[in-house]
Design a protein around this ligand. Structure first.
Ligand code: A2P
Length: 260
């Protein structure tokens, strides 16, 4: 339920250090992507950590054909090589595409059968996209839908749809890239629990059953973001955070509409 996001953490030393700090703080799930250009650094950190393979949970994802030059199998094999793993715990279709999404997803399922992937999921899917296209072509329910979600963009329609289908939601940018943290409601709740606004927001996600992958390269903040299991938000605090929603996502880009 708690992972470290390493988006934009491209400096190899900084990336390895962040992941090793996270392991020391008890994180076992790390989220990368082909496009983040740091799968090899994550692989280096995993090797340096000496943690048992069974303890680790590595997620990666990629743009798949026809929107990349390699075929899906080669994209996954490249990730395995860079991560220096013989199996990827969770592999996601990074963005829905106008064409080819379901074919790519089915190839990932085949790779799962072959033992190269443990679980297959998607990212950036809305409930409409699932209903209007995906489930008309695919029978196997994805394990995960990773979406941007935070107090300013709850995407509740998609979350409810995924819960009903048994698809685990993973929130990326769970802190709205830190933009949420100065909000007076969150500061007030944070001081009433003697916690930081980041811990309040992350705990709010967990109590909604949403997994989280906050990104940080700062050791103190990596540690802070993992201190979530020794307090609980009451119903009125949960509702006050729910009420901050204005469906305002950080990422305005909608590739399916604008580009792919
Ligand atoms: P930094 O890497 O310097 O810690 P999100 O996960 O929502 O995308 O947010 C990531 C951003 O929030 C990064 O800029 C990160 O900066 C910052 N951040 C992460 N954790 C905290 C925290 N506990 N307090 C304040 N800012 C944080």
């Amino acid at each position: 339920m708690l992972g470290l996001g390493i988006f934009e953490n491209k400096d190899p030393k900084q990336c390895v250090d962040s992941v090793l700090t996270a392991f020391e703080c008890g994180y076992r799930h790390i989220d990368t992507a082909e496009g983040y250009q740091n799968e090899d650094s994550l692989g280096d950190a995993i090797q340096a950590s000496k943690l048992d393979r069974d303890e680790l949970f590595a997620t990666t994802k990629a743009m798949l054909p026809p929107y990349c030059k390699l075929d899906t199998r080669s994209v996954v094999e490249k990730s395995l090589r860079l991560l220096k793993l013989d199996k990827i715990d969770l592999y996601l279709v990074h963005w829905p595409m106008r064409q080819g999404t379901e074919e790519a997803y089915n190839t990932l399922l085949q790779l799962k059968e072959e033992g190269k992937i443990r679980s297959v999921g998607v990212s950036n899917f809305t409930s409409d996209r699932f209903q209007q296209q995906f489930f008309r072509n695919v029978d196997t329910v994805p394990s995960v839908n990773q979406i941007e979600r935070h107090p300013f963009a709850r995407q509740q329609g998609t979350v409810d749809y995924c819960i009903e289908k048994g698809i685990q939601i993973v929130a990326y940018s769970p802190l709205a890239r830190s933009q949420s943290l100065g909000h007076p409601t969150l500061s007030e709740i944070a001081s009433s629990y003697s916690r930081t606004p980041a811990q309040i927001v992350l705990r709010w996600h967990l109590q909604h059953g949403v997994a989280i992958i906050p990104k940080s390269t700062n050791p103190a903040r990596i540690a802070e973001n993992a201190q979530l299991y020794d307090f609980q938000l009451d119903e009125s605090s949960m509702q006050a955070i729910d009420a901050l929603n204005r469906e305002d996502r950080v990422i305005k880009w909608r590739p399916e509409e604008n580009w792919f």
